[in-house]
Design a protein around this ligand. Structure first.
Ligand code: A2P
Length: 280
């Protein structure tokens, strides 16, 4: 599995499994199958309500000798109601307990929720957990330019990642440029835009030329932009297909055609705007 080296020297597998909406027995089965297929990077959050399930699948795989903890990269996140200097440590402990782990590889502020005014102290509290060895890397999600600059200025630490909505039609070019300037790795959530992008004719044409599926082309495009991708699938064939996005290369023209969809796709951001989400 290709990895990307974060600004703290840790390596993150470039393809991970997004686990939002993977719940219960299905979640257990999918995470377990994903490990068998070769996934080593799993992305969860307290808000997904599946940390126990993800943790159980990881424990099963470790007990079966299929993988070691060292080989896994596990991300979880603090929700809005877990933000604050006092709340973060206990929220983190609760996530760790549910996951059944003694550290996580990456812990994120899930959404800045700017009107709550707690994102700076929350990121600082996460950085303290890193000092205690409980968190390997520290990051944020859904932060935009002003807030990224603010936490870097006030906390004095550059987040290892900013996990944001990114897919064909919404390439986040200005934010990626800022990430490159600061040394932040972009993690693309919903890189398939919940499947909406897959019927796009430009993607389809590139997919035909590359002999790959539109989903693989969307993932490969984001990877060649330097992003880590965390597509969700509950389907074993698609899980395998998405992992195989590591195995081919798009040419510059194909990359440019897909990036050009920002103006032409007819959709951009399809989920909530982080400037307003979670403020209430
Ligand atoms: P399913 O779970 O049935 O495979 P995203 O992570 O970008 O939000 O996209 C997730 C959605 O895309 C899910 O509905 C998932 O459905 C679907 N999906 C995931 N991988 C593929 C694929 N390779 N081809 C088509 N659809 C996919």
């Amino acid at each position: 599995m290709t990895t990307v080296t974060l600004n703290d020297g840790s390596d993150i597998p470039q393809i991970g499994l997004g686990t939002w909406k993977l719940l219960g027995e299905e979640g257990l089965r999918v995470v377990r199958e994903a490990i068998d297929l070769g996934y080593r990077h799993f992305d969860t959050a307290s808000a997904y309500g599946n940390e126990e399930i993800v943790g159980r699948a990881l424990a099963d795989a470790i007990a079966a000798g299929d993988v070691t903890r060292d080989e896994l990269f596990i991300t979880t996140k603090a929700w809005q109601d877990e933000q604050g200097a006092d709340a973060i440590p206990s929220a983190f402990r609760a996530s760790l307990d549910r996951l059944g782990l003694d550290y996580v590889d990456l812990y994120l502020v899930h959404w800045p929720a700017p009107a709550r005014g707690k994102y700076v102290e929350s990121f600082e509290a996460i950085a303290r957990l890193q000092g205690l060895g409980l968190v390997q890397s520290v990051g944020v999600a859904n932060f935009y330019e002003e807030l990224l600059r603010e936490i870097v200025d006030k906390v004095g630490i550059v987040p290892a990642t900013n996990q944001v909505e990114l897919h064909p039609g919404f390439s986040q070019a200005p934010l990626r440029a800022l990430h490159a300037e600061l040394g932040v790795t972009t993690v693309a959530w919903s890189p398939l835009a919940r499947g909406i992008v897959l019927a796009n004719p430009v993607l389809d044409a590139v997919a035909r030329a590359a002999g790959r599926s539109p989903a693989q082309v969307a993932l490969r495009w984001a990877m060649q932009l330097g992003c880590v991708v965390i597509p969700k699938s509950a389907n074993p064939k698609r899980l395998a297909q998405n992992l195989a996005a590591a195995d081919f290369t798009l040419n510059g023209e194909q990359i440019a055609a897909i990036t050009g969809l920002d103006e032409k796709a007819g959709f951009g951001r399809i989920f909530d705007d982080p400037r307003t989400f979670g403020n209430n």
